[in-house]
Design a protein around this ligand. Sequence first.
Ligand SMILES: NC(=O)c1ccc[n+]([C@@H]2O[C@H](COP(=O)([O-])OP(=O)(O)OC[C@H]3O[C@@H](n4cnc5c(N)ncnc54)[C@H](OP(=O)(O)O)[C@@H]3O)[C@@H](O)[C@H]2O)c1
Length: 372
Amino acid sequence: MTDSLPANHKALVQEVYAKPLVVKSIPTPRPTPGSAVIEILHAPIISYTRDVYNGKRKYPYPTPLVTGASAIGRVAATGPDATLLKEGDLVYFDCTIRGRDDSSAIILAGIAESGTEGSRILFHGEWRDGTFAEYAKVPLENVFVLDEKRLCGKPADGGLGYQLEQMSWLLQVLVPYGGLKSIGLQAGETVIVAPATGGFGSAAVVIALAMGARVIAMGRSAEKLADLKALSSRVETVQMTGELGSDVAALKKFGKINAFLDISPAEAEGSTHFKAAILSLAPEGRVSLMGGLLNDVAIPHRFVMRFDITLRGKWMYSRADILSLIDMMTAGVLNFRDIVNIRGTYNLEDWEKALELAANSGKLGELVVFSP
Ligand SMILES: NC(=O)c1ccc[n+]([C@@H]2O[C@H](COP(=O)([O-])OP(=O)(O)OC[C@H]3O[C@@H](n4cnc5c(N)ncnc54)[C@H](OP(=O)(O)O)[C@@H]3O)[C@@H](O)[C@H]2O)c1
């Protein structure tokens, strides 16, 4: 049913790479085979969104572009081959779009292509636009139905009591889940998360706990580490000192460590936490490299060789990871209702204020959203 779609809708557009964004009225997309059009309810703004669109992060993407990444929305219309989605369903749309004939061709719609010919084809063709808009046309396989009654219902009625906005934190928690699953984190294991005090880093602590692990959170700020420690008796913290020997000793104090999730931003290049975390691992330890470092990093090669350490890179996560994370959330095994704090809800016209607040957020559970 495309009749209910308006002819035009509002979107936050970048006309020229790295230039200021503008709110524009543009034609509302229509569903085609293999796609759905969703009405965007809440689109999360990750902490460094401003640095993506002002060009500082040098993310590759074409313009003009409707900005934005993932979102919570409602199905407004579906293509003829939709077998599950129905108009009005509450859904999570995930921006990690893969080639249907080559799952290694990946783009983050509205944010970045990955430099391969396959990702260029995806981004310059069918799937370009993001979710800072009233509507978005998205691939069917990127739309995940949420059990609204269970997730948003009152606890007295068997619900989990989430506000709709809070559920857009799924984007933050999915990234570290992808990394932790890729190195097979098991319940009862101990994992270092470093740095653990940013948006994705703090979400990593929350999901590692839900996966049954004990977490050693490393960070620079004692105050932010204290917030993480308060999450559970299974969280230990280590404040980075910049001195390798002291950091290794502080980590090893906690006994056997099985895994390390690296979620370093480019600014952390050269920080000793990276090497300290690797050197603290037990034999056969596993490392998930998820950080956004731009330059090569020195690896303690002899240690990695001698102790059978596995280093595994990971960008984002799979469709199966999204389904299992939503299952964990629906079952209540992962519960971030009391963790996620909506710091601001903005309309598209207030994009500068929204991106500014997001840049000054990113601590445990802090979330800023567009509600177009
Ligand atoms: N592989 C993937 O799929 C994937 C997906 C999304 C993001 N990423 C990468 O993950 C990175 C981190 O994300 P985020 O949301 O946690 O970022 P964020 O919210 O910007 O937080 C940055 C984190 O890095 C710490 N940090 C900054 N400079 C540092 C330094 N010089 N030494 C040590 N720690 C430092 C911060 O500590 P303070 O709290 O003390 O400031 C904070 O914990 C992003 O920059 C991105 O490149 C990867």
